[in-house]
Design a protein around this ligand. Sequence first.
Ligand code: ZN
Length: 272
Amino acid sequence: MNDTSGRKFEFFDAHSHLNLDPLTKEKDEIIKTLEEENIGTITIGTDMITSKDAIEISKKSEMLFAGVGLHPTDVENEEFSYEKYSELAKDPSVVCIGECGLDYFRLKGDSSEIKDKQKEVFKKQIELALEHDLPLMLHCRPTNGSMDAYEDVLDILESYMNTHCAKLRGNSHFFVGDLNIAKRFLDLEFTLSFPGVITFARDYDDVVRYIPLHMILSETDAPFAAPEPYRGKTNMPHYVKEIVKKIAELKGLEYEKVKKVLVENVKRVFSI
Ligand SMILES: [Zn+2]
């Protein structure tokens, strides 16, 4: 762990990509802003190269942490190496394994083979998280009008939970699931994080209101999915403030309280 005992975070963006273009070109500027405003973020790897970059970037500031993993849409481009990711996971800046999970959004026709491959790589990353005693940063994206990828991820997690309940933990990033899916994650004591979409789409209002505040994390997924009033622009980790504001508004809770609890949540889940 980075020594952040004396560090007070005002906000925390649990999932961003300072390792991806165009943020990586502007990262020195962005890190300066994060330090000035006391905003922490976890740079999340999506493959071997961006996972290594995430670790390297996280050395630049005590506001920064790293996640290492292979994104489900990348399992066709990279052969998952347990040994290599295990080496990366030993780095003290690494606070989670991921993003990993299942993504069925763009699959067409008979996709059973690629789904099996995604599941196999996901299970290996669960094993990795258990071995290193780290939480998972989950990416789940179902096909339109369905909860299929969430259901499969939860079936897998629930089967592991029978044998590893004390150690298996994590967060479901960019949560777009329904209330039933949310309940299943909460039963496993997984947190759910919400990005900028909640500021402009009304589809998530009920689920944000339903989930207890201590089980919610704020995230940006920058450079993607900028919140209001930055829609259409490149998203930035410090825009996480807009998401915190929206969560407070939707839950009808005091902004200062929500801000504080969301930081406490991320510190608890990732042992920061
Ligand atoms: Zn991401």
